[in-house]
Design a protein around this ligand. Structure first.
Ligand code: SAH
Ligand code: SF4
Ligand code: F3S
Length: 438
């Protein structure tokens, strides 16, 4: 049997794409390898969102030169968002001549064909599709867990935030037909899946490319009806499009988790405008108030960029103040990274690296303090967790997640994995909580 490895970078979209690639390879008779050494095929599924992610991939490719020299039959392939960018493909083709197959985010289904073409000709195969972005419905996924699953509901993004490369790598927004999504969720539920995460770059604009009137809230209501599904999550929503109908779902739909990830990016109106986010700090805060009214227990998380061009100390202070006002449960924080081809890349007043780093640290300190404070509310409470896996550090300890997305460690036996358990919280930390089964 031929063996393969997939190294995945980036967001859940990419993670799920890798699950699809893995399903395709299974169908070709490949099996998963334990390490690079025994692999016949290594695939890098790449992310272009920040320079650091790109550099890591190029570094890893460089390291594989030696293995490829020793194992000339090893097929080395690179796919994902980086490969949708012509200038990066050029770099790979010029500097990493040991790469055999390059394919884009729209051509995953063609992988068997690309591998045979490479094997027949010995040539480097490049297959990128920037134009035709039809939704490919005939690929299943080899999911990592049986009890939780990602389901794509839409692809691409039309927002063109001035810092972001995603609209260039993933193309224009298009929604999957609701029937296809619901069919997939039903099948997953029949096979024992309890938690669904609906995926899209901006799920709030789901349905805009459909011929009928069908919104994201309508989709949530339908998924909520599916027997067997106990938890529904989604990623990611854009604050400008979050509708009252969607906000009401947080009080009405029993399976919708007590968690909203709502990326704010900055607390300064000047910076939000320069980012082309199309909402103000005040709009954002009023949306959060409405969400909390609909569900007072909801955990709110966000994404924040530090050091966008033109960000002054005052602008940064507005971000810190917003963090304190909203009281986020946690946040993904990023140092602004120049992406060639985006509007912000050519803006003047780029913030010096050391200033970015210093602000970044102050932001983390604020977030950690608030995060810990928020977790303290759970002390002594009994929470329901979906048991996910055995802890890496201790085989008698299990990891589970609350509906608010908090990670809980507790002693228990692995028969509980995939089930929902009641756990009383005894200790809380910034990122995790510990408890006992009740
Ligand atoms: N579609 C999602 C986010 C996709 S990218 C959304 O709009 O919420 C994930 C996060 O990466 C973004 O929310 C942003 O915070 C960060 N990001 C994107 N481009 C970036 C850049 N050039 N530099 C730093 N962070 C960036
Ligand atoms: Fe990027 Fe903005 Fe689209 Fe999110 S909404 S993917 S940040 S352009
Ligand atoms: Fe990265 Fe592409 Fe996701 S650029 S963040 S892997 S959509």
């Amino acid at each position: 049997m031929k063996k393969y490895m997939i190294q995945t970078y980036g967001c859940q979209m990419n993670e799920h794409d890798s699950e699809k690639i893995s399903w395709i390879l299974d169908g070709m008779g490949y099996e998963i390898a334990n390490n690079r050494e025994e692999s016949d095929l290594i695939i890098f599924n790449t992310c272009a969102v920040r320079k650091s992610a790109e550099e890591r991939v190029l570094g890893q490719l460089g390291e594989l030169k030696e293995l490829k020299r020793r194992k000339p039959n090893l097929i080395l392939s690179v796919c994902g968002c980086m490969m949708q960018r012509e200038e990066i493909r050029e770099v790979v083709l010029k500097k990493h001549k040991h790469v055999d197959i390059i394919f884009g985010t729209n051509n995953i289904h063609k992988l068997p064909q690309l591998i045979s073409r490479h094997l027949e000709t010995g040539n480097i195969i490049v297959d990128i599709n920037e134009e035709n972005r039809e939704i490919e419905e005939n690929i299943d996924a080899n999911r990592k867990y049986s009890y939780k699953a990602f389901v794509n509901i839409m692809y691409g993004c039309n927002n063109f935030c001035t810092y972001c490369i995603v609209p260039y790598t993933r193309g224009r927004e298009r929604s999957r037909e609701p029937e296809k999504i619901l069919e997939e969720v039903k099948l997953l539920a029949e096979n024992g899946c309890k938690e669904i995460t609906l995926l899209g770059q901006n799920v709030n604009s789901y349905g805009k490319t459909l011929e009928r009137d069908f919104s994201f809230a309508d989709l949530l209501k339908e998924v909520n009806k599916i027997d067997g599904i106990e938890r529904i999550r989604f990623m990611t929503s854009h604050p400008k499009d979050i509708s009252d109908d969607l906000i009401n779902c947080f009080s009405k739909l029993d399976k919708l988790c007590d968690h909203l990830h709502l990326p704010v990016q900055s607390g300064s109106n000047k910076i939000l405008k320069a980012m082309n986010r199309k909402y103000s700090r005040e709009d954002y805060i009023s949306k959060i108030e409405k969400v909390r009214k609909a569900n007072p227990d909801i955990a709110i998380t966000t994404d924040i960029i530090v050091g966008f061009p033109g960000e002054t100390e005052e602008d940064f202070q507005e971000t810190i103040n917003l963090v304190k006002e909203v009281k986020y449960d946690s946040a993904f924080t990023f140092l602004y990274s120049i992406r060639e081809g985006t509007k912000a890349a050519t803006m003047e007043n780029q913030v010096p690296e050391e200033v970015k780093h210093e602000r970044f640290q102050r932001l983390l300190d604020t977030l950690y303090e608030i995060g810990l404070e928020k977790n303290k509310k759970y002390l002594g409470q009994t929470v329901q967790v979906l048991v996910e896996e055995v802890s890496k550090n201790d085989e008698n300890v299990l990891n589970g997640r609350t509906t608010s997305g908090k990670l809980v460690h507790f002693p228990g036996s692995k028969e509980l994995i995939g089930k929902i358990a009641n756990v009383k919280i005894d200790t809380v930390k910034t990122f995790t909580m510990e408890g006992t089964l009740v």
